[in-house]
Design a protein around this ligand. Structure first.
Ligand SMILES: [Zn+2]
Length: 440
């Protein structure tokens, strides 16, 4: 192929070519802040190239455009991988920005209890819920938790997830929280999926502090947080701010103590009642607030003004059978960045699939497929402070990509309950093909 004279060929070791739709989510679109998350109507602009190709070298994207343009620009290395994406959609790898992935045990009996009419807080109050997972996780060794976590990451990756946030919070003591955070660190080390670590010692009040929430809050601040910092095991600090768990005042103290140690705040807010968690997220400049089913109008407006990402978790609403979802439309209309995640955990969201989250967001939240794609890629990346690295397909960004078995993205949230991911590319390397792991 002739080159433009004077132009150096760009070396590439991966080329995906001729995609029906190459969903770039490139930043440079009218009406959107330079390179921030997509807000308002720009969530529907996916910056699609039809008949598009993308080339990568050493894990980074080096060229993107129409197939003939990219072919004309790049020189493939001798061992380059070429993937024909004719008839398929190619898009950024899914970013699952809220999970509780490290735990032992299983809670299928709560499915039955809920079907019989018990509520989440009733189950928690009778020693079930989070506390039963705490018991099982405390009994498990590091290597057992690591093996379980690696298996779950494999399943996530086969469903298109290339980056995942994982919280601690089933240990609830210094040693047990550190054990979980070290597993999170090792998952990142040993698995191709990138793992982002969040400390959440304030996930529940453990049995040994029953009736003394205040004492436990002080323990989190005085003992757990400094120990986490000493080993540099977390990037974020999260709190379950909810009636009967941690109050707004207690949540503020924990998040401020985390911030003083360099851990950025995130907050489980207004999930089961309107407590003022959204307002607190705005006030302390949290990176994100999560759940938000009962966020007040004022809270939504303040979050939008402060640029806090609304991390919405429709699979949890579905699992709890609440008949209620967070008001995603209100957040979008207010100009708040909206992201979607699995909330994977053994009690209230046992799904590892971002495709299921897309299904639930389409049906439960009435979001447009384009809004759903923005919320699971670029906005989720910004919600993890990684918008400069992942979440869109642009030159210089990490080559994390998904090839989907359909020729239009409109069909992605529409296909219910099956895996329509064909291939996954993680840092420029093919790791899933035909929906299955490639062993290497
Ligand atoms: Zn959660």
């Amino acid at each position: 192929m002739p080159m433009n004279t004077g132009e150096q060929a760009i070396r590439a070791d991966l080329l995906i070519e001729d995609a029906s739709e190459l969903i770039t989510l490139a930043a440079d679109i009218p009406g959107n802040g330079a390179a921030g998350p997509r807000v308002g109507s720009s969530m529907r602009n996916l910056a699609i190239i039809s008949g598009g190709s993308v080339a990568a070298f050493d894990g980074r994207i080096v060229a993107i455009g129409k197939t003939h343009e990219v072919r004309g620009k790049v020189k493939l290395t001798s061992n380059a991988q070429v993937i024909d994406a004719k008839g398929k959609v190619v898009l950024p790898g899914f970013v699952d920005s809220h999970t509780h992935l490290v735990f032992a045990g299983s809670r299928e009996e709560e499915f039955i209890q809920r079907a019989e009419g018990k509520t989440y807080l009733e189950i928690l109050g009778s020693g079930g819920g989070i506390l039963s997972t705490v018991r099982a996780t405390r009994d498990a060794t590091h290597s057992h938790l690591l093996a379980l976590g690696l298996k779950n990451l494999d399943i996530m990756m086969c469903h298109g997830t290339t980056t995942v946030e994982v919280k601690s919070g089933y240990g609830l003591s210094v040693d047990e929280e550190l054990k979980i955070l070290r597993v999170i660190r090792d998952l990142d080390k040993f698995h191709p999926v990138d793992v982002v670590s969040t400390f959440m010692g304030a996930h529940a009040v453990p049995a040994e502090y029953a009736g003394d929430t205040e004492g436990y809050v002080q323990h989190v601040i005085d003992d757990q947080l400094p120990a986490v910092k000493e080993e540099n095991l977390a990037e974020f600090c999260d709190v379950f701010c909810e009636k009967g768990v941690f109050s707004v005042g207690q949540s503020r103290r924990i998040l401020e103590a985390g911030l003083a140690l360099g851990l950025l705040p995130r907050i489980h807010a207004d999930e089961m009642g309107s407590l003022g968690g959204a307002e607190l997220a705005a006030e302390i400049g949290a990176v994100s607030a999560e759940h938000l089913l009962y966020a007040s109008e004022d809270g939504i407006r303040k979050m939008a003004e402060a640029g806090v990402t609304a991390m919405l978790l429709p699979a949890t609403s579905f699992t709890l059978g609440l008949g209620r979802y967070a008001d995603a439309r209100a957040f979008i209309q207010a100009g708040c960045p909206v992201a979607l995640a699995t909330d994977f955990n053994p009690g209230t969201s046992p799904t590892l699939s971002m495709q299921f989250v897309m299904n639930a967001a389409a049906l439960g939240m009435k979001l447009h497929p384009a809004e759903i794609i923005s919320a699971t890629t670029v906005n989720a990346a910004h919600g993890l402070n990684r918008g400069n690295l992942i979440g869109s397909l642009e030159v210089g960004k990490v080559a994390d990509m998904v090839v989907v078995n359909t020729d239009t993205y409109l069909r992605i949230p529409y296909k219910l309950g099956i895996n329509i991911v064909d291939k996954v590319i993680k840092r420029g390397r093919l790791v899933v093909s035909g929906g299955r792991l490639i062993m290497s």
